[in-house]
Write a protein that binds this ligand. Structure first.
Ligand SMILES: [Zn+2]
Length: 135
């Protein structure tokens, strides 16, 4: 993923879209003011990034390690970088990989990653709606 941070606004963009701190603040509110990086107190950003590929349980379990590995090492200023977060979670975080994607972490209670899970849900809902329409 491509990650870009603007130090003045403390806004972070992941693959072009703004990363909203609100979801991660609901999981654990370290920083009501939003994101920060480039020092070892930047847990909110670490948690929010992990939540883009992991379940909240896994994100909470790994975010301190990820913070020290990545977020704390960013420059204290604007940055722009590439990160293979799925790879980090599976190979450094030690999370079991998806059955279909060996470099993506599986979610809790399923052998599949977030992307497979989404796909599965779409198909399930399609099938369900279809059965429903047949009465
Ligand atoms: Zn998958």
């Amino acid at each position: 993923m491509h990650i870009k941070g603007c130090f003045e606004t403390r806004k972070v963009y992941v693959d072009g879209g703004e990363l909203d701190p609100k979801y991660s603040q609901r999981v654990y509110n370290y920083s009501p003011d939003g994101f920060d990086w480039g020092y070892d107190g930047s847990a909110q950003f670490a948690l929010a990034l992990l939540l883009t590929v992991c379940s909240s349980r896994v994100a909470v379990a790994l975010h301190q390690k990820f913070k020290l590995d990545f977020v704390a090492c960013l420059p204290r200023g604007d940055f722009e970088t590439e990160l293979d977060l799925n790879y980090w979670v599976v190979h450094i975080g030690g999370v079991k990989a998806c059955k279909l994607h060996p470099d993506r972490p599986a979610l809790d209670r399923t052998p599949y990653c977030k992307e497979c899970h989404r796909q599965h849900c779409r198909e399930y809902h399609k099938a369900h709606t279809h059965r429903g329409s047949q009465g």
